[in-house]
Ligand binder design. Structure first.
Ligand code: ATP
Ligand code: MG
Length: 243
């Protein structure tokens, strides 16, 4: 029975889709069956990141409108056995009805261990629909006050919607991060967002380039970081390296 995990940030471009893809791959390498369900309608890019850009025939919109069975829209990701993708609708105008999404998720839960829901930036009706089907939320922020404030808002909305578990990922951390006047250290970020930290992801330009070229599965520093985040998600104690 799958655990549904939404990935949000409020602010755009902080790495939600990167986290979804890298974490999905890590979980599946560790033997879990994972579905990445992309809800960023009109701006889909998980297909590109996973090397499936030219293979999308049906998408989430087709499934939710009853034009095809979920199995026809779900693609197998080449990076890892057991990693699947349901790409977002191509149209920016597509709205996701909460009831229909909930029925779809209920039907898919038996086939996966994790369903990762990649959210769009901001907090719109799609975010509300995703909140209503999620068991857990991962909030992604960068070490930047505006991103952290938006992450705090996301954590509040998760709590109000009854999403019981929440974790924080601090992404795009420079090698030698210099605390600023507005953000004194990682503890300040954790306190503002109010969630337990589950991972610190360094800036990894090789990982970014691999994803931009649809070359998932190639090694870079980030791969190991996400392997550890996946283990922590599964309840294993892996020390967090914050330096
Ligand atoms: N840790 C990282 N190191 C280097 N580049 C990164 C890292 N994380 C993300 N990026 C890059 O930052 C850009 C934005 O990432 P991504 O698309 O994952 O963000 P997003 O939050 O999903 O954006 P959107 O809000 O538009 O959906 C991409 O080019 C991605 O490769
Ligand atoms: Mg995205």
């Amino acid at each position: 029975m799958a655990k549904t995990i939404l990935i949000t940030s409020g602010k755009g471009g902080v790495g939600k889709s990167t986290v979804c893809t890298m974490l999905g791959a890590a979980l599946s390498r560790q033997g879990s069956r994972v579905l990445m369900l992309e809800t960023d309608c009109g701006l889909r890019n998980l297909d590109l990141m996973n090397g499936l850009e030219n293979q999308v025939v049906y998408d989430l919109g087709d499934v939710l409108l009853g034009r095809c069975e979920p199995a026809r829209a779900i693609l197998k990701c080449p990076a890892s056995e057991g990693l699947d993708l349901l790409p977002a609708a191509g149209s920016t105008r597509f709205q996701i009805p909460a009831g229909t999404l909930s029925r779809l998720i209920s039907g898919l839960r038996d086939f996966y261990d994790y369903i990762l829901l990649d959210c769009p930036a901001g907090f719109d009706d799609i975010f509300d629909a995703v909140l209503s089907v999620s068991d857990m939320g991962l909030v992604v922020v960068t070490p930047n006050l505006i991103s952290v404030k938006d992450g705090a808002k996301a954590a509040d909305l998760m709590e109000q919607a009854g999403v019981k578990e929440g974790r924080l990922i601090i992404n795009m951390v420079p090698k030698r991060w210099q605390p600023t006047e507005s953000l004194s250290d990682f503890d300040a970020i954790i306190d503002m967002v109010g969630l337990q930290l589950i991972g610190v992801v360094p800036i990894d330009n090789e990982m970014s380039e691999n994803l931009n070229r649809g070359r998932m599965g190639l090694y870079s520093e980030g791969v190991e970081v996400f392997d550890n985040i996946a283990r922590r998600l599964k309840g294993k104690w892996i020390p967090l390296r914050i330096d």
